[in-house]
Design a protein around this ligand. Structure first.
Ligand SMILES: Cc1cc2nc3c(=O)[nH]c(=O)nc-3n(C[C@H](O)[C@H](O)[C@H](O)COP(=O)(O)OP(=O)(O)OC[C@H]3O[C@@H](n4cnc5c(N)ncnc54)[C@H](O)[C@@H]3O)c2cc1C
Length: 463
């Protein structure tokens, strides 16, 4: 075997697998294969001036490379089992929380010290939400911010590269089971070739979901896929949400709509942040960032409002459904579309003049349009209901000038069948992080990596 352990993907799941393995045994021979580049190479060509929209790079600098999808994220580490994945269903609540706290400690030791930890415990906002039909989920949130998150990743990489072989621009095309382990093949780039190892940990994230489907089909690993979240990103003056964000930073609030009894939730809140484009497999959707550095803060707060859609048999392509809606917005808007809430309610499209006259200045250059031509009625009705509900706890949310960007889609990876150790039916082959459908957050993806690393170390010691 070339290696003891091969890790596919250098996102939080892969990074923390490698980190914990090196902590447990300095002699492990570990390789990480990553489609994208090293952290320092990751630059999206969209500058908002010369290049305004996605040019379809071979690997997306935002989603691929060391740090994974989370590298330029807001770096919000939610220490909770209430959202962000179902890791606890595999390894138990207590252990999940312990591992998330451990990840937090490592982040603090690598440049995150001094960042704030917010908590919803005993918050008056919880009561206010309940009084208005809204439910605030419990969590502690470490907010690193995009800039500190980058520093933490840089420090961890500098430490890891001493003992771990990183193969960048090395997308793994196949994973095969061989005698005593696994063989992975990289077809392109300077690392092209075949590599073998006793253990293989796949942490290919959301961007690797299509590839993951193929791997599961090749190895007969059972999967299922039935969920997608669709919605908009809301942008409003910082002051409107300040009572919530000053105390909690990120509040995950859930609302059940009266009309359809659907669940709508807030997601990824960015006080004084900026709305950004996100590219998933060539489809441009919307997301948000915020910064610790005061110089980079804006006058606005943004967050997503998402409606969860669960499908039942015979329909199996929930992500395809989400993609079609995102494609429709790309077709009409050439990318992300923006509409004032007041225009949406009056049944009129937003145009450049109405956006320019708005008191809320958009932080993303998006095409003014009509979201009701894109988002299915049931979902849009749910979002509108929730905006009015939020207006009761944060007056001003339902103002005419509140901006809605569409569409925001949260694709869920199909669920890959793994046991309580995140091990597939093939011994020694693990599927962790977002690509197995078990997690959808930085904390839980990282924790799943630590968990599997410890498990492999124990297994190795017993052999
Ligand atoms: C813009 C943005 C903001 C976010 N903000 C937050 C936040 O604030 N808090 C939070 O909790 N979560 C956030 N998330 C989600 C979070 O980033 C993910 O949940 C997390 O990164 C998942 O980690 P992962 O290791 O499972 O996968 P990823 O981070 O997606 O990493 C997977 C890696 O595998 C690589 N890969 C894929 N296929 C292959 C292959 N065949 N061969 C080799 N390499 C491959 C990819 O290039 C990628 O680098 C955000 C996501 C985005 C996109």
């Amino acid at each position: 075997m070339n290696y003891d352990i091969i890790i596919i993907g250098a996102g939080p799941g892969g990074i923390f697998t490698a980190y914990e393995l090196t902590q447990k045994n300095k002699n492990f021979k570990i390789a990480v294969f990553e489609t994208g580049g090293a952290l320092s190479e990751r630059h999206c060509p969209i500058d908002g001036k010369k290049i305004k929209s996605c040019v379809g790079c071979r690997s997306c600098a935002i989603m691929n490379g060391f740090g994974g999808a989370g590298a330029f994220s807001d770096g919000k580490y939610n220490i909770t089992t209430e959202f962000g994945g179902t890791l606890h269903e595999h390894i138990g609540k207590e252990q999940s929380l312990e591992l998330m706290q451990y990840v937090d400690k490592i982040n603090l030791e690598h440049g995150g010290e001094g960042t704030r930890l917010y908590t919803t415990g005993n918050s008056k906002i919880k009561t206010l939400c309940l009084q208005n039909g809204l439910h605030l989920l419990d969590a502690s949130v470490r907010h690193l911010g995009t800039d500190i998150n980058y520093i933490v990743l840089e420090n961890i990489y500098n430490e890891l590269k001493e003992t771990v072989d990183f193969h960048f621009h090395a997308p793994v095309s196949t994973v095969e089971k061989i005698d005593g382990g696994y063989r992975v093949t990289v077809e392109n780039g300077s690392s092209a070739g075949e590599y073998t190892a006793e253990y293989c940990v796949i942490s290919a994230g959301r961007s690797g979901s299509k590839w993951m489907e193929k791997v599961c089909a090749d190895l007969n690993i059972p999967t299922c896929s039935n969920r997608v979240d669709i919605g908009v990103r809301v942008e409003l003056p910082y002051e409107v949400f300040a009572p919530l964000t000053d105390e909690l930073y990120e509040s995950k609030i859930v609302y059940r709509t009266e009309k359809f009894q659907d669940l709508v939730r807030t997601f990824c809140m960015n006080p004084r942040g900026a709305v950004v484009n996100e590219n998933t497999n060539g489809i441009v959707t919307v997301n948000g960032h915020s910064y610790e550095d005061p110089a980079r803060r804006t006058d606005n707060t943004n967050f997503a409002l998402l409606v969860a859609k669960h499908f039942s048999e015979p329909f199996r392509d929930s992500n395809g459904y989400g993609e079609s809606i995102a494609r429709l917005s790309n077709m009409l808007g050439g990318g992300v579309m923006v509409q004032r809430f007041g225009d949406l309610i009056r049944g009129q499209r937003s145009n450049s003049r109405r956006i320019e006259e708005s008191f809320v200045i958009p932080t993303l250059s998006a095409t003014p349009g009509d979201l009701s031509l894109v988002i299915p009625k049931r979902i849009l009705d749910g979002i509108i209901e929730m905006i009015y509900a939020l207006d009761k706890i944060a007056p001003g949310t339902a103002n005419d000038d509140t901006l809605l960007y569409g569409v925001e889609v949260k694709f869920y990876n199909m669920e890959v069948e793994t046991d309580e150790n995140l091990e597939t039916m093939h011994r020694g082959l693990f599927v962790i992080g977002d690509c197995g459908g078990t997690t959808h957050s930085l904390s839980q993806a990282s924790a799943s990596g630590v968990y599997v690393a410890r498990y492999i170390n124990r297994n190795r010691a017993e052999e």
